[in-house]
Design a protein around this ligand. Structure first.
Ligand code: GRF
Length: 200
C-alpha cells in the first residue's frame, strides 16, 4: 500500500505514519508527502525520512483546477493507492477525489458531526468543547467528500474530559491518541475489514 500524506503544518500525524511504516507496525509505505505550506514541519519531516515532499498551494498554482490537477499528478507519479489528509486545512479538489473514490481519509479531533466544518480546527475545537461543558470528546476518521468534515465516518475514539482539563491539556492528550488511532484505523482499512468503527 503506497500512501500519499497531505499536511499543512506540524506533521506529527505524518510522522506517526512514517514511524509505524518503518517499525513495521503498518504494512505500507509513504511514497510522497504534499503540503500547501512551504515552511511546514511536515515537509521537513518527510524529507528527513527520505520521502519526496512537494509544496503545492494557491501560490504555486493560482487556479484551483490547476492546483487539483497538480496534486493528482504528484499522487499518480508516486503510485499512490491511498491518501491521508493529516492536518490539511484546505479543500481537496474534485478531480483528485474522483480519481481516489473511498481512498482519501481525514483525521479530525472531535466526535463528528459535532465540532466540524469550516474554521473548526485545532484549539478552536477544544475551546468550544470546554465552553459547552461536554463530558467527552474524541477523534473521528472519515472518508473525504467535497464538504468540510462531512464524509462517511470510518472510526471514532471517545475520550473522557476531566474536570481539570484545559484547552492545552486536551489538545496534547488528543493529539497523542490521534497518532495511535490513525495507525489502528489504517491497519483496519488495509486489512479490508468490513467495519473499522471499533478499531480500538
Ligand atoms: C490534528 O489534530 C488533526 O486531527 C487535524 O489537524 C491536526 C494536525 O496535527 N486535522 P499534526 O500536523 O499532524 O501535528
Amino acid at each position: 500500500m503506497n500512501l500519499g500524506v497531505i499536511a499543512s503544518n506540524r506533521g506529527t500525524n505524518l510522522q506517526a505514519i512514517v514511524d509505524a511504516c518503518r517499525e513495521k507496525r503498518l504494512d505500507a509505505k509513504v511514497s510522497v508527502a504534499i503540503s500547501n505550506n512551504s515552511k511546514s514541519l511536515a515537509i521537513l519531516r518527510a524529507r528527513k525520512a527520505g520521502i519526496p515532499a512537494f509544496h503545492i498551494s494557491e501560490k504555486t498554482h493560482p487556479s484551483p483546477l490547476d492546483l487539483d490537477q497538480a496534486i493528482l499528478n504528484i499522487l499518480n507519479t508516486h503510485d499512490v493507492d491511498f491518501v491521508v489528509l493529516a492536518g490539511y486545512l484546505k479543500h481537496m479538489g474534485k478531480k483528485t477525489l474522483l480519481a481516489f473514490p473511498k481512498k482519501v481519509i481525514n483525521i479530525h479531533p472531535s466526535l463528528l458531526p459535532s465540532y466540524g466544518g469550516k474554521g473548526m480546527y485545532g484549539r478552536k475545537i477544544h475551546e468550544a468543547v470546554l465552553k459547552n461543558r461536554d463530558t467527552e470528546t474524541g477523534i473521528t476518521i472519515h472518508y473525504v467528500d467535497d464538504g468540510y468534515d462531512t464524509g462517511e465516518i470510518i472510526s471514532q475514539l471517545r475520550i473522557p474530559i476531566d474536570s481539570s482539563d484545559s484547552v492545552t491539556s486536551l489538545t496534547n492528550r488528543i493529539l497523542k491518541q490521534e497518532h495511535e488511532f490513525l495507525i489502528a484505523t489504517l491497519n483496519c482499512l488495509i486489512s479490508k475489514e468490513r467495519s473499522c468503527r471499533n478499531t480500538v
